[in-house]
Design a binder for this molecule. Structure first.
Ligand SMILES: [Zn+2]
Length: 87
């Protein structure tokens, strides 16, 4: 017999965030396929944009981890981000 000795906490509630801002280039993805496929799967989203949920906001725009990382790296390389020194 197997019995549970310790109760595990319930999973956290899902947080709904805006769709990622990044527009996926049409030349690398099939635009027609995207419009048809995502219109069926996620009619409330823009099929031209990345289908991931946003996790960060950069300059007022929501981004997923993939595209937010690219934007942050580009800003870093341009010197727009300043490293914070811990005291
Ligand atoms: Zn994205």
């Amino acid at each position: 017999m197997i019995s549970k000795l310790k109760q595990t906490p319930p999973p956290p509630e899902r947080v709904i965030t805006p769709q990622c801002t990044t527009v996926v280039p049409a030349n690398t993805h099939f635009e027609t396929w995207r419009k048809g496929r995502y219109a069926d799967l996620r009619p409330h989203t823009d099929p031209a944009r990345c289908q991931r949920e946003s996790v960060v906001e950069i300059d007022g725009k929501p981004y997923c981890t993939l595209h937010g990382g690219k934007v942050a790296l580009a800003k870093w390389l341009k010197g727009e981000l300043v490293e914070k020194v811990q005291a």
